[in-house]
Design a protein. Structure first.
Length: 238
């Protein structure tokens, strides 16, 4: 297993690394000191699993878990706070380690990881990949159905129970969730904000803002918000 430890406390990272080094099937270990660092390392290191603290500056562990690109590494939360357990399992965590934990408790978490990784390896690839991604969408407004080419969509934002498809010169509405539409569109689109996603091929530049946020400037001049928890993932994919 390839494991990335994400914790803002150096002693906690060192202790977990020492315990993981005792396991024969842990082949590589990397460390990240916060959520932004973790997103950069996920792209470069390609971990099978994250051991993730929850309370960290800038981007919390729960925010990081919610912004992982697909296919996401498996997650084990390792924290000193028990009040986040329900939210952690809502984020599809494999396990929830309360600090301080020992080798025996860690091994139970690792066994759950092994079982899930084995099950994942037996699953077929996602239905979209390359040529299987959608090339066009059908949008019905006021009784008229229009064909919208996917390569003409610069970015997408949520609007109540709809999404707005920002194309060159028009913004048709589609009754769909953002997450559901992104599942169909494939890897050419990436979420950049909790309410927005962008087509990677349309991005011309990234302009930094205060507090770690930024704006994505598209080839048609549109400016799309990119919040700090998604920034590293977007940049890594460019």
């Amino acid at each position: 297993m390839r494991i990335l430890i994400v914790d803002d406390e150096r002693p906690a990272r060192a202790k977990l690394r020492h315990l993981l080094e005792q396991e024969a099937d842990v082949e590589a270990i990397a460390e990240a000191c916060d959520g932004i660092d973790a997103m950069q390392q996920i792209a470069a290191f390609a971990p099978d699993a994250l051991f993730l603290d929850i309370q960290m500056p800038e981007v919390s562990g729960l925010e990081l878990a919610a912004s992982l690109p697909a296919p996401a590494p498996l997650i084990v939360f390792a924290t000193a706070f028990d009040q986040y357990a329900l939210k952690a399992f809502d984020a599809n965590a494999i396990d929830y380690l309360l600090k301080p934990y020992d080798q025996a408790r860690l091994r139970r978490a690792l066994q759950r990881l092994r079982e899930r990784l084995l099950a994942r390896s037996a699953q077929p690839l996602p239905p979209f990949a390359g040529e299987h991604a959608l090339r066009q969408l059908l949008v019905t407004e006021r009784g008229v159905t229009r064909v919208i080419r996917v390569d003409q969509i610069g970015w997408i934002e949520t609007a109540d129970n709809y999404v707005v498809l920002h194309t060159a010169g028009e913004q048709p509405l589609m009754r769909q969730t953002l997450a559901g539409l992104l599942d169909k569109l494939g890897p050419g689109f990436v979420r950049c904000h909790r309410r927005a996603a962008v087509q990677l091929a349309w991005i011309e530049r990234v302009e930094a803002l205060d507090k770690g946020d930024c704006e994505l400037v598209l080839r048609d001049g549109a400016r799309v918000p990119c919040s700090r928890q998604y920034r590293a993932a977007v940049i890594a994919l460019l």
